[in-house]
Design a binder for this molecule. Structure first.
Ligand code: NAP
Length: 269
């Protein structure tokens, strides 16, 4: 957590569509200057123009985060345009749904690199300067899929579980340095983003958050320095406790409630 957001410089990945532009808008309204990254240059440019109109510096830096050269370009261009980076928001993500056995090696590698390796390497790159200045906050966008292990989304869940574990570990390592780490874990999100594109209704057991809830979660992480922020309309801890303590019982309940059928219908494509 940094003392005040106004005037801070942030890199936000996944700024071209879905939740990213909404996070960008909220950050700009809080006075944060932005370096926005994603592959879609036109969409990214439009978001940068929109948030710049709110009175902050905003630059679009097209980058494929699976490519080392693009990551290095993003870091250099962001520092050149904004100055030292205070906030890194690792929001970009890929969700290659479907049976694990049908996933190609390339799909698996792209997903692991986008969702896990790139956030880790971007953090590794910005941390030394943050530590030197005793000022910085890294926010990683995980998912409740990283806490439950959901079928037909195995690789996605695996990367999000790793992101959660890495964030928790790093948060402790950095205690007392002036640099903090948070992980935001939303469940299903309505209206925009990857879940909304399935045109499905989430199981009642978990429910659906709004995009605004997720943006609030990110801002809560930034303003409080909380290590983990779960964004879900229903209490998640009881489900998670059942998953840890009585997994067979939870699976049986999920089958009875039609949750496993929901996964098959929505994700087994
Ligand atoms: N929506 C949900 O229900 C939900 C729930 C839990 C967690 N989340 C997490 O929230 C984050 C945002 O998701 P979203 O719903 O907004 O998804 P989205 O609409 O699919 O947007 C994903 C963003 O990531 C960018 N991206 C993907 N691959 C990239 C790459 N190789 N290099 C650079 N940028 C890349 C995309 O931009 P380009 O395609 O232009 O590159 C896009 O801006 C993700 O980490 C996701 O896992 C979402």
């Amino acid at each position: 957590m940094i003392p005040q957001l106004r005037g801070a410089n942030a890199i936000l990945t996944g700024g071209s569509q879905g939740l990213g532009p909404l996070i960008a808008r909220e950050l700009a309204q809080a006075g944060v200057n932005l370096a926005l990254a994603a592959r879609s240059a036109d969409k990214l440019q439009a978001v940068a123009a929109e948030v710049a109109a709110l009175g902050v510096t905003a630059v679009a830096i097209p980058a494929d985060l699976t490519q080392e050269a693009d990551r290095l370009h993003l870091l250099a261009r962001a520092a050149e345009a904004l100055g030292p980076i205070d906030l890194l928001i690792n929001n970009a993500g890929l969700e290659p749904i479907g049976r694990f056995v049908r996933k190609t090696a390339n799909e698996i590698e792209q997903t692991v690199t986008t969702n896990l390796t790139a956030p880790v390497l971007l953090a590794r790159a910005v941390l030394p300067n943050m530590l030197e200045r005793r000022r910085g906050h890294i926010v990683n966008m995980a998912s409740l899929a990283g806490k439950l292990g959901l079928p037909y989304n195995a690789i996605y869940g695996a990367t999000k579980a790793a992101l959660l574990a890495w964030s928790h570990a790093l948060a402790v390592e950095l205690e007392g340095t002036g640099v903090s780490v948070s992980v935001v874990a939303p469940g299903y999100v309505s209206d925009v983003g990857m879940f909304s594109r399935h045109n499905a209704t989430a199981p009642g057991l978990l429910g659906e958050s709004t995009p605004t809830d997720v943006v609030r979660g990110v801002m809560k992480a930034l303003r409080t320095g909380a290590t983990e922020v779960i964004v879900n309309p229903r209490p998640f801890q009881p489900v998670h406790a059942a998953y840890i303590l009585a997994p067979r019982l939870l699976l049986a309940a999920m089958r009875r409630l039609g949750v496993i059928d929901f996964f098959r219908r929505t994700y087994d494509v």
